[in-house]
Every structure is written in structure tokens, then in C-alpha cells.
Design a protein. Structure first.
Length: 183
């Protein structure tokens, strides 16, 4: 009888624990991307030079190259000429991020799929200096949970749980928007 009760309790607890752990891992992955974007923005303001974050197939390489997919990682670098390319003329890597867990995928809007450039005043812009905004969709392949990271043209960075996310039972949205690195 006791063994049956323990079996029932484990049958209820284990799926809940898995869901909680995957939700926690998704939040940590989202926060890591937000941190990288905030670091790029604050370094651009602090150093008074454009700074870019771009996807890379090998962000740990001695001289990483910008790629097409954030799934394998990304890096943040001083982009003095604002061309989205890490050049040999004094541009340096500030931060490197390895790939997230294979259970996650990161999809960026087309306008920021090749990278995000922050100007010296913290505005996200294209190489011509035109302010742009966009978003990243981080999703868990196993359970459909998602988070959205948005970058406004002003450079403001925020994350939220979309209404259609599998983790959102009550369909509420959480907005962890930050301005200037404060929460």
C-alpha cells in the first residue's frame, strides 16, 4: 500500500519537476541573451564607439566571424567602422557566448539576423545609422515553451513570455524590460 502511494506521488511529481526545470533553463538562456545585448549597448555608450553583437558558428575562435544563426553562439565586439565585421585594425572581442543547450533554438527577425549594432548613444541601428528594432524568439523544442527578447530602435531591451507559449497557463505576459542596464 505504501509503495503504491509513493508510486502515485512520484508519477505526479516527476513531470512537474521536469516542466519546472525546463522553464528555469529557458529563463536562464533568455537572461544570457539579454545580458549579452545589454553588455553590447553599455559598452558602446561607455567606450563611445559602436559595438556589435553577431551570431557565429565558432564564437571561441581567435578571430570569430559573424554568421547566420544564433544557435551556435554569438560574440560582442567593438565595431569602430560599424560594418558588422570584426576587423584587424584594433576592433576587439568584448564577450563570447557558446551555443545554448541543443534543446533550444534562437530565431532572430530578418533585420537583426546578421547582428545588432549599438551606436555610441546606445541606439540599435543599421550600418548607415538608421535606428532599427527587432526581436529574438527563444524556444524549447521539447515542450514548446518560448520567450521573446525585443530590442527597440531606441536600444531598449526587454523579454517577455508570449501569449501563445505552452508555459503560459494563465496567458499572462511578463515584461522584464530594462533601460540603461537597470531593472
Amino acid at each position: 500500500m505504501t509503495l503504491a502511494i509513493v508510486g502515485i506521488l512520484l508519477g505526479i511529481a516527476v513531470p512537474s519537476m521536469r516542466s519546472m526545470l525546463s522553464g528555469s533553463e529557458l529563463s536562464a538562456s533568455t537572461n544570457h541573451l539579454v545580458y549579452s545585448l545589454q553588455s553590447a549597448r553599455s559598452e558602446a555608450i561607455k567606450r563611445i564607439v559602436p559595438v556589435s553583437l553577431c551570431p557565429s558558428d565558432n564564437p571561441d575562435a581567435a578571430k570569430p566571424v559573424c554568421g547566420e544563426s544564433y544557435d551556435k553562439g554569438w560574440f560582442v565586439f567593438v565595431d569602430a567602422d560599424a560594418d558588422g565585421v570584426l576587423d584587424d585594425d584594433g576592433e576587439e572581442v568584448i564577450l563570447r557566448s557558446e551555443a545554448l543547450s541543443p534543446a533550444f533554438s534562437v530565431t532572430a527577425d530578418k533585420i537583426i539576423s546578421g547582428g545588432v549594432l549599438f551606436s555610441i548613444d546606445g541606439v540599435s541601428s543599421n550600418s548607415s545609422g538608421v535606428p532599427i528594432g527587432g526581436s529574438f524568439d527563444i524556444s524549447h523544442s521539447g515542450n514548446g515553451e518560448r520567450r521573446i527578447v525585443r530590442i527597440a530602435a531606441s536600444g531598449r531591451i526587454g523579454s517577455s513570455v508570449p501569449y501563445d507559449s505552452a508555459s503560459s497557463d494563465d496567458k499572462t505576459t511578463t515584461d522584464n524590460t530594462t533601460e540603461g542596464g537597470t531593472k
